[in-house]
Design a protein around this ligand. Structure first.
Ligand code: ADP
Length: 436
């Protein structure tokens, strides 16, 4: 390609030659030629300058949109096109990197806010928008304490203690628990990182409650046993009747602790996802006939117990677990129904579902308690439950067994009239009795 200087040199040498010719020969042709050359130069350059300005003012700055040029402008435009191409490539690379960075931040579970030195929001990712109730479009430039007003947060920002995170509870928009961490960044800017620890907190609370509950459950029997042991070991001549009372009480309390430990082990086995369901064809009718006998002996003639079996269909599942769930419900019905009450045990297959229920004429349960009955250690009446040997874990065990069989527990109750605990097994678990 011929360079600009060569082209311009050519034009200027022509103009100077014309000028010299005019000066030396005093001939008019020289001046006219000089004038033409200059006029040509002015028109030529003005035309290209206008084309360049027009290109600069348009929005399309791609290399293909650069106007064609002639003479020295051809070289200038070619350089410009090369420059634009390089810039476009650079921008495309930067766009790609930015997109990747955005994808990475969007995939991160943590929220990120960039704050300036006066805690104004400069930028934040969508997770931080959700966590802190920020709308970046509207709130950019706003002080973050206008969005998050909790006193502990305001103090945390002011303290500049970057080594310690803050646990922030009960946000304005969602009932979230967040872990907030400030990180110094760039020149006086700060990164605020928010992490949702709601489920972690919930598990922690459950763990704490669980330990507190077990300690509470064990304290009473242990106090009774250690009290009687103290008495028997210190007093020399204990009355045989008193001795009998002490031994009976200690036996009862140790039985209670044993039941508690057994129920806890059962629960932990059921909760363990690695503990697969030991499936077989479970004969519900035969289980219920056994449980009916046990219920009669537990009730000891104090209740009228009815058994109604309308189907011999079986269930695909664990016999041991299904027996334990049904047994728990029947035992509860006896324990929470006063003398002379009635208890109905029922098994049927209806609309493709296996339905078991136990209905009693006991004290009933107020509706606000019903959703919480399957929580571990949830009781309506502590002393009644303990007096009748309850561990507070029976319905929690039932719930876990049913979950493992994709079955549902439906509790209906009316205070003063009685309760019904109904299990619905899904169709896929039913094994139809073959016709003879
Ligand atoms: P517990 O060992 O205390 O019986 P459960 O988990 O089996 O524990 O039951 C939880 C609570 O639900 C009981 O303490 C009792 O208050 C209530 N409950 C369970 N079954 C019945 C029932 N048939 N009638 C009335 N209340 C019941």
């Amino acid at each position: 390609m011929v360079g600009i200087s060569q082209r311009m040199g050519l034009v200027f040498s022509t103009a100077i030659a014309a000028l010299l010719l005019g000066v030396i020969t005093q001939a008019i042709y020289g001046w006219v030629l000089f004038g033409f050359v200059m006029l040509f130069l002015v028109i030529h350059n003005t035309r290209h300058l206008m084309a360049l300005e027009k290109w600069l003012l348009t929005s399309d700055h791609s290399s293909s949109s650069i106007p064609p040029g002639s003479g020295a402008w051809d070289t200038i435009f070619a350089h410009l096109a090369r420059y634009v191409r390089a810039q476009t490539k650079n921008r495309q690379l930067m766009d790609l990197e930015l997109k990747q960075l955005q994808n990475v931040t969007a995939a991160m579970p943590d929220g990120i806010v960039i704050l300036d030195e006066a805690d104004h929001i400069q930028w934040c990712d969508p997770v931080a928008e959700k966590h802190l109730g920020i709308n970046l479009e509207l709130d950019s430039g706003q002080q973050i304490t206008n969005m998050v007003r909790q006193q502990s947060f305001v103090e945390y920002l002011a303290a500049h203690k970057f080594n310690k995170p803050l646990v922030l509870k009960q946000m304005r928009h969602h009932r979230l628990t967040l872990l907030i961490q400030l990180v110094p960044y760039s020149n006086k800017q700060r990164l605020l990182i928010s992490r949702d620890i709601t489920s972690y907190e919930r598990i922690e609370t459950m763990r704490r409650d669980f330990v507190a509950n077990i300690s509470h459950e064990l304290r009473t029997p242990l106090t009774v046993v250690s009290g009687y042991l103290e008495m028997l070991s210190t007093e020399k001549n204990v009355d045989p009747e008193m001795q009998e009372i002490a031994v009976t009480a200690m036996r009862e309390q140790t039985n209670r602790m044993q039941h508690l430990v057994e129920d806890l082990l059962t629960l932990s086995r059921l909760e363990n996802a690695l503990n697969k369901l030991n499936e077989s064809s479970v004969d519900v009718a035969s289980i219920l006939r056994e449980l009916y006998q046990e219920a009669e002996s537990l009730s000891n003639g104090k209740h009228r117990i009815y058994l109604n079996i309308t189907s011999e269909d079986k269930i695909l599942g664990s016999r041991e677990e299904i027996r334990s769930a049904m047994g728990n419900l029947i035992t509860n019905a006896i324990r929470y129904t006063p003398e002379d009450g009635e208890i109905y045990i029922h098994w049927e297959v209806n609309e493709g579902k296996g339905i078991f229920y136990v209905r009693d004429t006991g004290a009933g349960i107020a509706s606000q308690h019903i959703p919480r009955l399957t929580e571990r250690f949830y009781r309506l009446d502590d002393s009644r439950s303990r007096d009748t040997g309850g561990t507070g874990l029976g319905l929690a065990i039932v719930k876990h067994v049913l979950n493992r069989h994709q079955a549902r527990l439906k509790i209906t109750s009316e205070v003063g009239k009685g309760s019904e605990f109904c299990i619905q097994f899904p169709e896929k678990r039913l094994i139809k009795k073959e016709s003879p």
